[in-house]
Design a protein around this ligand. Structure first.
Ligand code: DAU
Length: 337
């Protein structure tokens, strides 16, 4: 198979490429990524020299840059590329619409034009909005996004659906819960709290800290996408969740305990505007229809994740400073002459 993986230098995208090269070393993988602040080729150093892996720096919303890749002939597109941080979307909604909506539509259009066999859209449970204390999101839950980020992802999902209904493109949409694991940019809850705790800085907890997220280990997410790519039924949506609901304050306290740091580092700060109270995801469809089984329980996953960040403090500091990006950009420019 020849795959185009967009956003492959990001957190989930890079974990997916590492997973796929291990599982299917004979597949050709093109990684296209704009290398924004959150993209780091360092994550992919172990596969950089692999004969079936190739990196192309490009923006998914740039049709001229993307078209030659589609002209080569692709079996599938997996669209991981997205602006993904809710807090940033409150400050710069336009950026989110450009990449998440226009970028996805550009890819869909090229997929249609060049007869790509399958289009997998990596989406999010945030498109469903928020839950009260009970109930779970199913694939039938109406879309009710609350942030500019989730609204842009919902817009993209609807375009994916429309390209299936109108043009018969073979699509799947996956909607995952909160991912955690190696290579996550330290703006998201878990790596941010680990980084601050290691530096004895305050841990900013929004509101009362009782918002609930369902945590999914990134490798389990990758195995689910692998199943959707190979066995997903045309036009179907699949929820992917870890069945590990935790309040934010529980997560933060676990991190402090694991790192041997005091709870006095916790600071309750002003709440995020439009902060979704609870996400809980029903993933029975993918388990029943595609036989997906997550490998990690939260207790094991969180410990391994904390250990990984402890062992990769250099990585954390370099991604935050943009040092890796600058280094790779220079190399890339040299290679392009
Ligand atoms: C960064 C930060 C976050 N939080 C809270 C807000 C949320 O309730 C929870 C997790 O925040 P975040 O790590 O930003 O993730 P969240 O808003 O849930 O969204 C994530 O999970 C989504 C899937 O549910 C993805 O679609 C998003 O791309 C991803 O960013 O922690 C804090 O209390 N303090 C913080 O400093």
């Amino acid at each position: 198979m020849k795959l185009l993986v967009t956003g492959g230098a990001g957190f989930i995208g890079s974990n997916f490429i590492l997973y796929m090269v291990r599982q299917y070393p004979h597949y050709q993988i093109i990684n296209v990524d704009a290398l924004t602040y959150a993209g780091n080729l360092e994550n992919l150093r172990s596969v950089e020299q692999h004969p079936n892996y190739r990196f192309v720096k490009a923006d998914i919303a740039d049709r001229t840059a993307m078209e030659p890749l589609f002209r080569e002939g692709l079996d599938a597109v997996l669209n991981f590329a997205a602006e993904s941080h809710v807090d940033r979307s409150i400050l710069q909604p336009d950026l989110f619409v450009r990449t998440n909506v226009l970028g996805t539509q550009t890819l869909l259009d090229l997929a249609k034009q060049y007869g790509v066999g399958k289009f997998v859209q990596i989406s999010t449970d945030e498109v469903y909005g928020t839950l009260g204390e009970t109930g779970l999101f199913t694939e039938e839950t109406p879309l009710a996004p609350n942030s500019p980020y989730s609204a842009s992802k919902a817009g993209a999902d609807l375009l994916v659906r429309a390209y299936h209904e109108t043009f018969g493109l073979n699509v799947n949409i996956t909607r995952c819960s909160n991912n955690y694991g190696p290579y996550q940019f330290p703006e998201k809850l878990i790596p941010l709290m680990i980084r601050n705790a290691l530096e004895d800085k305050a841990l900013p907890v929004y509101g009362d800290g009782l918002n609930v997220r369902d945590w999914l280990y990134v490798e389990d997410h990758c195995s689910a996408i692998d199943l959707v790519l190979h066995q997903g039924k045309r036009g179907e949506v699949y929820n992917i969740g870890g069945n590990n609901e935790r309040t934010n304050i529980e997560v933060v306290k676990t991190i402090l305990t694991e790192l041997g740091k005091p709870e006095s580092l916790i600071r309750f700060v002003k709440d995020r505007p439009g902060h979704d109270r609870r996400y809980g995801i029903d993933a029975t469809k993918i388990r029943r229809e595609l036989g997906w089984q997550p490998k990690y329980d939260y207790e094991t996953g969180i410990k391994e994740t904390i250990r990984w960040y402890l062992e990769h403090q250099d990585w954390m500091e370099q991604v935050v400073s943009g040092a890796y990006r600058q280094y790779y950009e220079l190399q890339y420019r040299d290679r392009q002459g």
